[in-house]
Design a protein around this ligand. Sequence first.
Ligand SMILES: [Zn+2]
Length: 405
Amino acid sequence: MVTLSARAADDSIEKLAVAPDCARGLDWIGKNADWVTQQQIQLTEIPAPEFSEGQRAEFVKKLLESAGLKARIDKTGNLIAERPGSESKSVILLAAHLDTVFPASTDVKVKHDGNRLNAPGIADNGAGLAALVGLARALSESRIRTTKTIVLAADVGEEGEGNLRGIRALVEDYGQRLAAVIAIDGASMEHVTTQGIASQRVEVEIVGPGGHSWSDFGAPNPITALARAMVKFSSVPVPESPRSSYNFGVIEGGTSVNSIPTSASVKVDLRSEQESQVRVMESALKEAVQSGVREENAVARANSDPLKATLRSLGVRPSGKLPDNSPLLDTIRSVDAFLGSRSRLESSSTDANIPLSLGIPAVSIGGGGKGGGSHTPAEWYDATGREAGLKRLFLITVALAGTQP
Ligand SMILES: [Zn+2]
């Protein structure tokens, strides 16, 4: 694996920032933060639910091409633009995910409310994608020549059941050439995600004979069994350390109020800072389901067919952690010190999980500005601080890539 050279000292960032090419890039950012926000509004208004990111990818492709980059869409659906350095063997990858958690029917029109822009997906990941576009333009305006090759990607499949397939394909393609990976996700500059949360997404389905609510009363009910299983699982304590969580996110089952359903299912998200804890929770879930089914079968009338349960994996995310003394983190800290911004380290489940799980230095950071209500219809974004976020991203990228005279 290509390694990043040692820590860029604070004064080296200062020197870097005043070098004529770098200064041109920073100057462009200073004058064009509003333009970046306009692109963010446009791309947010193109729906991009998981597995349907194509139209948004085409829009971002045009923006990268207008920044003078050659862009292509790979077979996974990722949009990729390379900015060659003098060493093609060493790559800095910046990736912003294209997909949102919102179904295609969601109203994604951006509504203005003072400084706030309201729309599902405006921050996650409208802010990240806009920052990627802004970074591409700033790099080309700067005419800076770098040592390492900079790869800018808008990738698919970060949310929901996408199972990180976009970043998986990118990391597989660039493999050993990756010196560092930066996922640009959301707005906030206040945190740097250096630890990937392990997760397992499972669909539990319980099926049975079904029947008429009156004449077949006493036949085992999949919804009741599922409810028993969920209550059981919820009573299992979740450790605070390693920090762990679970969520019953989608529940389905039944066809009418007076029919005993033939099936019921729930989608469950299990997460932990430690992979082994995810497996512990997964087996607790299995046990809870089996016991819910057993209990429901036990009270059903004697001659009815029993319920059966299956668990199906919807995706696994491995965990990983960036060492505290990583040169990547040092560079981010130096740029933050130069810009006078503060950030704390955090753990989260992002595109950075994949490189981190393979020992490739990676972080996930926000693109600048403020945002909130992510994954809800009340999501908002405020571009105050956008300029600082773009400058930060630009300086981190250039410092990592190394400059050529
Ligand atoms: Zn995101």
